[in-house]
Design a protein around this ligand. Sequence first.
Ligand code: ADE
Length: 251
Amino acid sequence: MHIAVITIFPEIFKAYLNESIMKKALNKEIVKIDIHNLRDFTSDKHKTVDDYPYGGGPGMVMKPEPLSNAIRHIKSDGIDTLTIMLTPQGRLFTQKVAEELSAEKRRLLLICGRYEGIDERIRETLVDDEISIGDYVLTGGELPALVIIDAVVRLLPGAVGDENSLREESFSWGILDYPHYTRPPEWQGLKVPEVLLSGNHKQIALWRRKEALKRTLKRRPDLIEKARLSEEDYKLISEIKEENDGFHKRN
Ligand code: ADE
């Protein structure tokens, strides 16, 4: 996969991409990431990338010229490119969008906005997609771009050591993860659930599935409606609901 980024803070990317799984994926050439400094595409002495908004109001707007120069320069190599702008006005980034982008054959070009946003004419003419990582406002698109890079790259074949850990990931079904335990079997009087020590893989898988559903019902019931659930899952959900009813009747 090939990713390009336009930012005024290239160092932010270098720091994060130089660690852990991202670093390994880059070294193994599973992904290639080019970071472009927007200031390199300005033509004035002060390398100005922003200006006052027409119509007044607070904040600054990113000028069209440097952005258009940068985008055109990157695209001048003729590689098919999907240009994505990071903005709170975009469509919401979810695991499904991460999967969609990880399967993308085109190069991803991520544009990190700063200030109040970019000149609307750039969005209209040069941007294919707009993505938000959540309903809150950050100071710029750099963290959102890194969030997207991280979520997308770890889905690429060979990026994460154990492929099974991706396949088994509950979020790939759209529900929350089950509880995890490691040694010792008893810590400060708290025991690891018996079933996990049993060696019975079928029972373990069933227990995990039920715990994941239990958590999702309790913490994020909204996810249950959209989740990819099996017949067995619905049975487990009925069991959980019956157990809860029993609990409420008893107490
Ligand atoms: N830029 C500022 N806030 C953002 C958000 N929540 N998502 C994407 N880009 C942003």
